[in-house]
Design a protein around this ligand. Structure first.
Ligand code: SF4
Length: 397
């Protein structure tokens, strides 16, 4: 098949464009980043929206813009300040690249965003979709865009019968996206197709009977809208167990910043490593509900305060040895704080959060571990689980 079905001609394209734009004029969504054509705001919002829902992004976007209202202010900031504002949004390489690209725009381009998508793609963290979005939304350039919603919508419109995420499928869809985008109202057109994809041409149960594009839709014509786009095989999920250990000395805790080549680069975290189920077979965790209600940091006293079941227990040798190997600190007993379940890429993680008092041992040089006060914990950018743990420790009230 060609970039678009052979029987789709200029007339088909003209009718489709006018249906899309008419729908947008009546139904376009009002979102904070649509209020202006400022490439900076569009760029920040598009980066935040990658892998994240609109509802989750709105408060982050507003806080971010308030703190860094333009590209120069972002370029001047420390990376840690940017990561702190990003905390909880995940995929932190997005924030690091945003900061890096701001530096390039200010230093090499006199603070101005390039208009063509091809030039925008040269900046750190700006892929083909984001380049097309900035180019079309900010500068009304007829640039192609393709993300989850338009991928589904376009696949159905042309009844794409190959995997839309494979190399060949991507090539065809990008070509189609460049062919179909309106030359005069590229910004409105691209916003509209994303909205129609998310609100009307939904992944399951598309609303074909009320769809403005139904008369142009090949999948609808062929009755194949539930089988297109072709599904990609589900990734294999692996279950793992990790421990996060807050080693305490006086009112301070041991943390380190993740290196550039590690998961959550730039963020800080307590000691954390993978363990076997045998290693933690005897670790007693409190019920999650109870831990949330009762765990507060109170000097050297038990976190559970009532002398109940979660009193001090000896840390399993495999865990205490690993803490010493990693940091040089010697710890003995632990208090269980909480258990967090979360997922990272293809891993489903059970994370056991424990507090241990430092008994002896000097910190090893070159490991990056540092004693951090509670006020530092409030300021430093932490991983999402690190922040939840720190909050239970009573450090982020
Ligand atoms: Fe999607 Fe149905 Fe509209 Fe086709 S007619 S674009 S399948 S909602």
């Amino acid at each position: 098949m060609s970039a678009y079905p052979k029987d789709l001609d200029q007339g088909w394209r003209r009718r489709l464009r006018s249906r899309v734009l008419r729908w947008y004029d009546q139904n376009g969504r009002k979102l904070p980043w649509r209020e202006s054509a400022d490439p900076y705001r569009i760029w920040v919002s598009e980066i935040m929206l990658q892998q994240t829902t609109v509802t989750a992004v709105v408060p982050y976007f507003e806080r971010f813009i308030e703190r860094f209202p333009d590209v120069r202010r972002l370029a001047e900031a420390e990376q840690g300040q940017v990561l702190r504002l990003w905390e909880g949004l995940g995929y932190y390489s997005r924030a690091r690249n945003l900061h890096k690209a701001a530096g390039v725009i200010v230093r090499d381009l006199d603070g101005r965003f390039p208009e063509p998508a091809d030039e925008l793609k040269q900046l750190p963290g700006i892929g083909p979709y984001t380049a097309g979005a900035i180019s079309s939304f900010a500068f009304n350039q007829p640039a192609a865009i393709l993300e989850a919603n338009t991928l589904r919508l376009y696949s159905r419109l042309i009844a794409l019968d190959i995997d839309p995420r494979g190399t060949e499928g991507q090539k065809k869809l990008w070509k189609f996206a460049g062919w179909i985008v309106s030359r005069k109202r590229a910004a409105d057109f691209n916003q509209a197709v994303m909205d129609i994809g998310s609100q009307v041409c939904r992944p399951v149960d598309p609303k074909c009977s009320t769809c403005p594009l139904m008369p142009s839709c090949k999948s609808f014509e062929e009755g194949r809208q539930s089988e297109i786009p072709l599904k990609n095989p589900k990734p294999q999920i692996t279950d793992i167990t990790e421990v996060s250990i807050a080693v305490r000395k006086g009112g301070r805790f041991l943390l380190r910043q993740h290196a550039d080549n590690e998961r959550w680069a730039g963020l800080w975290d307590f000691i954390r490593f993978e363990v076997s189920d045998t290693d933690v077979a005897n670790v007693q965790m409190p019920e999650r509900r109870r831990a949330k209600a009762t765990a507060t940091l109170s000097g050297q006293q038990s976190l559970f305060g009532d002398g109940g079941a979660e009193s001090l227990s000896q840390l399993p040798p495999a865990l205490s040895q690993r803490v010493t190997e990693l940091t040089g600190a010697v710890v003995g007993s632990y208090e269980p704080i909480t258990e967090i379940r979360h997922a990272v890429t293809r891993y489903r993680i059970r994370l056991l959060c424990l507090v241990c008092d430092h008994e002896s041992g000097r910190l090893k040089q070159g490991t990056g571990y540092q004693w951090c006060s509670q006020s530092q914990l409030r300021e430093l950018p932490l991983s999402t689980t690190g922040r939840r743990f720190a909050t239970l420790l009573g450090s982020c009230k």
